[in-house]
Design a protein around this ligand. Structure first.
Ligand code: PFF
Length: 449
């Protein structure tokens, strides 16, 4: 059962946690959000969100998870018996289904793009031809669905392998490959021509004029999404971390690697975009519409394209397994299912939801709410409502229910470690994060307008 399972080594645990954090959020989403929100100004606000909100919430979630040592439901039942806190697991199961459904859509597109990299699909690409390729593929009622289901099957296969042999082992292989590929792509992007440097300037020179309430909301939503906090993933993985590990240090390592990868992804994508005179604000289509044109103009473009989409798949996979594990752990512990059965059932349910998200670009493209299609609704609801809401509840629980002594005991491994900033984190968890996150969330939803 999952509450008896543990990561075998510290490095394996970090690979799995960083694997969850580093994903499509870093490579697909962060560069286009930066492109849409004015470059460096967005990055600065994002980093502030990471430092002052992200790290404390990650620590809170990590501590709760390791202290409870079970799936989300079991953990709350153990730490706050006879309360309604275990109902939080319902939010986590819903959030993981929502995120995985559209995660699978993008990952499926990525698999398709990797496969067509070696055909002549991107050759002589023009804005009109890549647009046509993209629209034809994504609006097809079957093809993207097949890819999405294939991606879910691969995710399920890793989860069936269990915590040590599935999650940990695969992350330990995939994460180093991901880093290497990313560094190579950064070099390539920076050395295309003299305009590459404009992309760097865009990334690192803040333009504060474009900052608005929406920028803060986008940065905060992205911080939650990118760090995988607010929905029980860190809690579930925290339960697999051994009692003698330093979770404070691990949290920093995860946050740091996640932020470095996001910035590296920006360096791999935006200078290349500028080098070929393309606009950085293509939105979610940036990697599917802009990059194929960039690859088409590069020597050995097919190879670079293949490598890039492979990178994206690896990143997606280490995150999707963490999303699936939250629900699988719940089924194993609370419904007493075998891991295989739990995985198959959850994968089928989530894939069915995912089909609707995928065909939101085809047969269901006219089904909209507030001007958003099903895909946009899923993304918006997860990043801007469910994750921040989960974050508020986690901070509230750590600050007011679990309390200072238990929290300190968990973070310091029973007073064996010295954590200088503990008082600061606790203050943020208790008073600052719940209020700030709530205000940003309501502001972003337009409540104050
Ligand atoms: N952190 C992942 C990314 O940046 O792509 C996405 C994610 C995984 C979000 C797990 C939330 C989560 F619980």
């Amino acid at each position: 059962m999952s509450n008896n399972e543990h990561f075998g080594s510290k490095i394996g645990a970090i690979a799995a946690l960083a694997g969850s954090a580093i994903g499509l959020g870093n490579i697909w989403k962060f560069p286009y959000l930066t492109g849409e929100n004015g470059g460096a100004a967005f990055i600065l606000i994002y980093i502030a969100c990471i430092c002052f909100i992200g790290i404390p919430i990650m620590l809170a979630e990590f501590s709760i998870g390791r202290r409870g040592g079970k799936d989300v439901y079991g953990t709350f039942k153990k730490l706050a018996p006879n309360t309604k806190w275990s109902a939080f697991s319902i939010i986590t199961v819903c959030t993981s289904a929502v995120i995985l459904s559209y995660y699978g859509t993008i990952a499926g597109w990525t698999m398709h793009y990797m496969c067509i990299s070696f055909t002549d699909a991107f050759q002589n690409a023009t804005p009109a031809s890549v647009e046509q390729l993209f629209t034809e593929f994504t609006s097809n009622p079957y093809h993207p669905v097949v890819w999405q289901i294939l991606f879910m099957i691969v995710t399920a296969a890793v989860i069936i392998g269990g915590v040590k042999n599935g999650i940990e082992r695969s992350s330990k292989v995939m994460m180093p490959i991901l880093f290497i590929i990313l560094i190579i792509l950064c070099f390539r992007s920076l050395t295309i021509n003299e305009h590459s440097i404009d992309g760097l300037a865009f990334l690192f020179k803040p333009n504060l004029e474009v900052v608005s309430a929406k920028t803060f909301m986008a940065a905060m939503g992205q911080a939650f999404f990118s760090l995988s906090v607010g929905m029980g993933v860190i809690m579930t993985y925290g339960a697999y971390v051994k009692k003698n590990e330093n979770i404070h240090q691990m949290a920093y390592q995860v946050v740091l690697s996640d932020t470095i990868v996001a910035i590296l992804a920006g360096i791999a994508i935006l200078p290349a975009t500028f080098a070929f005179g393309m606009a950085p604000n293509a939105g979610p289509g940036l990697v599917f519409l802009t990059l194929p044109q960039v690859f088409a103009q590069m020597p050995l473009g097919q190879l670079w394209s293949f490598i890039f989409f492979l990178l994206l798949i690896l990143a997606a996979l280490t995150s999707s397994i963490s999303l699936l594990e939250v629900t699988v752990a719940y089924f194993i512990n609370e419904l007493k299912m075998k891991r295989v059965t739990a995985t198959i059932i959850t994968t089928i349910i989530i894939s069915i939801v995912g089909v609707f998200t995928t065909i939101a670009f085809g047969p269901l493209k006219d089904t909209t709410l507030f001007g958003m299609n099903i895909f946009d609704i899923m993304d918006f609801t997860a990043s801007n409502i469910l994750l921040p809401l989960g974050g508020i509840l986690i901070c509230y629980f750590a600050g007011w229910v679990l309390g200072k002594d238990s929290l300190r005991d968990e973070i310091t491994n029973g007073n064996k470690l010295k954590i200088t900033l503990f008082g600061f984190y606790f203050f943020i968890m208790r008073y600052v994060a719940p209020v700030v996150v709530l205000l940003l969330m309501l502001n972003g939803l337009g409540i104050f307008n």
